[in-house]
Design a protein around this ligand. Sequence first.
Ligand code: MF3
Ligand code: CO
Ligand code: CO
Length: 270
Amino acid sequence: MDDAQGRVTKDGIRLHEAADFAGMHRAGQVAAGILDRVAALVEPGTTTEILDDFIRAEVERLGVISATIGYRGYQHASCISVNHVVCHGIPGPKVLKDGDILNIDVTVIVDGWFGDTSRMYVAGDLGRKAERLIQVTHDALMRGIEVVRPGATFGDIGNAIQTYVEANRMSVVRDFCGHGLGRVFHAAPNVLHYGRPGTGARLEEGMFFTIEPMVNLGRPETKVLADDWTAVTRDKSLSAQFEHAVGVTATGCEIFTLSPAGLFHPTWAR
Ligand code: MF3
Ligand code: CO
Ligand code: CO
């Protein structure tokens, strides 16, 4: 099918043109570069507000647009999710303490293209359980990405992630998912981080989407706090998340949000 912007599958998933990969690459690299530079500020005693202020200043310095400020009433340049916060943590006066783990999620708009990525950080010394959680979550994302190529299905991606996480006796959050993106923030499909092989839509060259698994040490259930954003684990167990934006190529995929400085995994930054 075609619409005013080009080709769309029967599931409503946009098929982008070869030239569009460059726009997504630039946007992804801006978002990932900001996540690289905020790393030096993450330490015990700082607040999540200070981290968000830095990210906002970076967005301004680079002359790009924050996709989250003003999105459904959200007022911040990042989501910062500490410890048992699963996602959509709101930056604020909360002081980080030694051993806290946090996900920072940044989305920018560069020349109309959306760059969306998140990764884990550690304040001070990393505890053994938290380290295992972060490692498994990172590796689960990369296992999902390895599946991405034309002909695979979204269920294959979810299954690769779920199988790996559960083999490590952790759980995959069901209440939030990845998403198509491109010239819009959130589009079809919903990219589930669990599922059965061979199910769901088939991947085609030109699809752009995020994979962003949230993994809990305890049970998968979440609840959203009264602020209407902050999602936490119901059992208060630690949660971690990594997010990349990818584009399906003829033979596999391009990861738009690779870290320019090689700092995607927190232990590489230390
Ligand atoms: N960046 C998040 C995602 O991965 C969305 C954040 S929306 C916000 O989809 F409003 F909470 F910032
Ligand atoms: Co996303
Ligand atoms: Co994100």
